[in-house]
Design a protein around this ligand. Sequence first.
Ligand SMILES: CC(C)(COP(=O)(O)OP(=O)(O)OC[C@H]1O[C@@H](n2cnc3c(N)ncnc32)[C@H](O)[C@@H]1OP(=O)(O)O)[C@@H](O)C(=O)NCCC(=O)NCCS
Length: 176
Amino acid sequence: MNNLNDSHITEPGRRHIRIIKSVNLYPSLLSQVAELERVLQGDETWSEQTLTKTLASEYAFIVVMFADIGKATEDKTLIGYAVLSQVFELAELYRIGTHPDWQRQGVARSLLNKAIAYLKDTQAESLQLEVRADNHSAIALYDNLGFVELYRRRNYYHTARGGSIDGVVMELKLAE
Ligand SMILES: CC(C)(COP(=O)(O)OP(=O)(O)OC[C@H]1O[C@@H](n2cnc3c(N)ncnc32)[C@H](O)[C@@H]1OP(=O)(O)O)[C@@H](O)C(=O)NCCC(=O)NCCS
């Protein structure tokens, strides 16, 4: 992780995807991510402070996707993000989200594929995550990418109506 440099490619359709280790080099980034979190994640929202604290770790990184919305260089809008960590062979996906206007257009798949390629390059052997059992779109995304269910955290989440929902722990093997 220590030799992680920011990497950057441009995708067709004028989308730009980037892995960022040093978030302090991008002063307004985490407030934009926090705003998307607020829109997307309901009760589970991570604040800018939590994002900052998490990404201060030498093991954590964020993958972001911007889209051009005008001709000027600064006319870019954040359309997706994924927050991960890698400790030696084990990687974990903490957060992922796509702006509502950009969903079902391959944004999350691209973010995860970018992270997975990087993790394979850095000898990670496994990428794990935990998702609410009722988050069908996220589970469909992970299934689509080859993640498999490892086990469930029974009644891990509590609903406003006093019910509970399992957390599903999933894994993608990155090495044979
Ligand atoms: C889950 C989420 C990140 C998916 O982002 P996205 O950019 O729309 O996903 P993609 O377009 O890359 O979808 C890739 C594949 O995932 C599956 N998928 C994604 N959204 C889906 C949905 N709403 N219903 C069914 N399948 C879905 C499909 O297999 C899709 O492939 P396809 O479009 O070719 O059928 C997005 O819905 C989101 O931000 N949700 C709120 C935040 C959240 O729940 N994060 C995960 C917490 S663990």
